[in-house]
Write a protein that binds this ligand. Structure first.
Ligand SMILES: O=C(CO)COP(=O)(O)O
Length: 248
């Protein structure tokens, strides 16, 4: 059985004080859940959040990292730096990073490998744009991104990571893919993983949906056969919404 995983992606929101206030509000509310609960926060908050959740089941993720070990990469953060903070997850290849920060399938692949080498679980994002969807290229795009992103990994590594299917047109727009559509694409990604690795790996890898997930639609999405979780932007910023998502 794949453990459900709800992850909040705060993007560029919250100060440390606001983050800690949020954590205090959700701690008790998510204490009894079997759902893996993850907060992906900006770098500046990670240390304090990790400290604040230390006696809870809440996991902490970063939103990006560099693939090199160290060096002259002004403004970047390495896997070792995240590991030092005991970060559990790292989002890799979010569409906003692909769009605004030149992230490519090749850098995504390098980052996935580096995160795994440091025992940080990657949440690797894939997803098509509106033009690509309208041109009926959704499957082609997600297949390409999945294959390139996961290239050269072991079965065990792929089984352990998380993939997030986030159609770009559904991010922050209020437009959600219908749960059936999202499930169909996610089942297809599972097929791609099966062809690349094995049936067992494809049954073990967890695949989330992301794009305008909110308390009112999370249950329907989570009830789909192939969707194991959600990667949530806007609705993860309010403690009451986030706890509702985790307790879907
Ligand atoms: O990009 C997302 C999560 O990574 C989705 O954002 P929204 O939930 O705000 O649409």
């Amino acid at each position: 059985m794949r453990k459900p995983i709800i992850a909040g992606n705060w993007k560029m929101h919250k100060t440390i004080a606001e983050a800690l206030e949020f954590v205090e509000k959700i701690k008790a509310e998510v204490a009894g859940t079997d759902v893996e609960t993850v907060i992906c926060a900006p770098f500046t908050q990670l240390k304090d959040i990790k400290q604040a959740v230390k006696d809870t089941n809440i996991k902490v993720g970063a939103q990006n990292m560099h693939y090199e070990e160290k060096g002259a990469f002004t403004g970047e953060i390495s896997a070792a730096m995240l590991k030092e903070l005991m970060v559990d997850y790292v989002i890799i290849g979010h569409s906003e990073r692909r769009q605004y920060f030149n992230e490519t399938d090749e850098t995504v692949n390098k980052k996935v490998k580096k995160a795994l080498a440091y025992d940080i679980t990657p949440i690797m994002c894939v997803g098509e744009s509106l033009e690509e969807r309208e041109a009926e290229k959704t499957k082609e795009i997600v297949k390409d991104q999945t294959m390139k992103g996961l290239e050269g990994l072991t079965n065990e590594q792929v089984s352990s990571l998380v993939i997030a299917y986030e159609p770009i047109w559904a991010i922050g727009t209020g437009k959600t893919a219908s749960s059936q559509d999202a499930n169909e694409v996610i089942a297809y990604i599972r097929e791609v993983v099966k062809d690349m690795y094995s049936e067992e790996v494809s049954e073990e890898v967890r695949i989330q949906y992301g794009g305008s997930v909110k308390p009112s639609n999370v249950e329907e999405i989570m009830n789909e056969s192939d969707i194991d979780g959600a990667l949530v932007g806007g609705a993860s910023l309010e403690a009451s919404d986030f706890t509702a998502l985790v307790n879907f």
